[in-house]
Design a protein around this ligand. Structure first.
Ligand code: AMP
Ligand code: GLY
Length: 425
């Protein structure tokens, strides 16, 4: 098969790693890809939102399948344009992708279809948003409605902070994504990320993980796009997985299909495991980053048949995917200054050595300079991933690999997976 993979982060590098390993893959083209992905196929410099160019590229390489990585391509309507061109696509059409691209849409959708989530109010002006705060008690949760690269959510300890977040969003900090805000109830519990695949009708569990969103050890510091993940996470008991499937994932896929927008791709259910069972925090219309990285290390089955079956509506014909009976972790190495102002350009040595079969270093924000050296080109730069028979072994392998990477201008968390290592009281 000829496959076009869209995106350039660690998530896409991990997908490319599995796709390239498939005996079904004849040609893998990545747009735009990154220096780490270059070893796995061909890179073409087209951006994820350049829909017409991507469709033209898919035609040019006679793509049998296009795989969408990032939400920006979903929102830009890449799957819609590929459907018109009759090119199979893994990744939802924009109307189904509203489950990520509009929080107000998703909240109303949950109410229409009976999905458990936090109580909410959507507001388009500051006065009504401030009034809406009266209905809740601290901590207040204020969210920009649209896609804000993981930065649109404020959990405010007091009213003044909540009001500042409202003014910030409605004042244009997130552009059009903040033209509307959602104020919602604070959910108490442990957060988790569960993934399903769907072809519009059939829904298949596709792994679960826990992400560490705060920048620094001990869950301190600013929120980030994710500093590390591990899977499986003990919070996902068989009961919780079953509840998330029956109360959130399956009703979401059925509901969005009933509204005329069949969902084909990966649906990411971010949930709070509360005392009353799982409640939705948000949906994402794609794999998690860096959750995808740990899932790919654990997936024993060939990924390509699953991606194709989602695109073609034949997921029911495939057996449940097989997973290694192991634990995987991903530790993000970020450039100093991330998330506010990452300092780019520093040189990274040793990231491309052979770390053995149980370690994979995915690139998330690198560039290669004229002399061939890797340099930091983003906030989250490398994803150092490892698997092992247990969490401790997987962690030891990941941190041993980090110790062999020479990049002084970086930082990473040293406590990824702590919840699963510390005995619970
Ligand atoms: P999100 O961008 O929706 O993943 O939100 C970022 C983080 O804010 C989440 O990972 C949670 O830790 C937190 N969060 C979001 N919504 C809520 C909520 N309703 N209650 C408690 N925490 C929340
Ligand atoms: N790691 C969280 C996300 O991909 O949104």
């Amino acid at each position: 098969m000829n496959i076009l993979l869209v995106g350039s982060g660690g998530r896409e590098h991990a997908l490319a790693w599995k796709i390239a390993a498939s005996p079904l893959t004849r040609r893998l083209v990545m747009a735009p890809g990154n220096p780490g992905m270059a070893a796995l196929g061909e890179l073409v410099p087209v951006k994820p939102t350049e829909v017409a160019q991507l469709v033209a590229l898919a035609r040019e390489i006679a793509a049998d399948l296009v795989v969408i990585g990032p939400e920006a391509s979903v929102e830009a309507g890449l799957a819609d344009a590929l459907a018109v061109a009759a090119i199979p696509c893994f990744g939802p059409i924009a109307a189904a992708g509203q489950l990520e691209s509009s929080k107000a849409f998703t909240k109303a959708f949950c109410d229409r279809h009976g999905l458990p989530t936090a109580a909410w109010v959507a507001c388009e002006d500051a006065a009504s948003a401030r009034t809406a705060l009266d209905r809740f008690s601290p901590p207040y949760v204020v969210k920009a409605d649209g896609l804000a690269a993981g930065k649109g959510v404020t959990v405010a300890p007091d009213r003044a902070t909540a009001e500042a977040a409202i003014d910030d969003a409605l004042g244009g900090r997130f552009g059009a994504a903040g033209a509307r805000v959602v104020i919602e109830e604070f959910l108490e519990g442990e957060i988790g990320s569960l993934f399903v695949l769907s072809d519009g009708q059939t829904v298949r569990f596709f792994g679960a993980a826990q992400d560490h969103k705060r920048a620094f050890d001990g869950e301190r510091g600013p929120n980030t796009g994710g500093m590390g993940t591990y899977s499986p996470a003990p919070v996902f008991t068989a009961t919780l997985v079953d509840q998330v499937m029956t109360r959130l994932a399956i009703p979401a896929v059925k509901g969005i299909a009933a509204e005329g927008a069949p969902y084909r791709g990966a649906l990411f259910v971010e949930l709070m495991a509360t005392a009353d069972g799982p409640r939705l925090v948000e949906f994402n219309a794609r794999f998690g980053d860096p959750e995808c990285q740990v899932l790919m290390l654990l997936l024993k089955s060939d990924l390509v048949p699953y991606l194709l079956a989602c695109a073609n509506g034949t997921l029911a014909d495939l057996p449940a995917p097989e997973w290694r009976d192991e634990v995987a972790v991903c530790v993000v190495m970020a450039a100093e200054g991330y998330p506010d102002a990452p300092r780019t350009g520093s040189a990274i040595l040793g990231a491309e050595q052979d770390f053995g079969p149980d370690v994979a270093v995915f690139h998330a924000g690198t560039t290669r300079d004229a002399e061939g050296f890797l340099r930091a080109a983003g906030g989250r730069v490398l994803n150092v991933c490892a698997r092992g028979p247990d969490l401790q072994t997987a962690r030891d392998r990941a941190y041993a690999a980090i110790a062999r990477i020479d990049w002084p201008e970086s930082f990473h968390r040293t406590d990824i997976g702590w919840r699963a290592l510390t005995p619970r009281s």
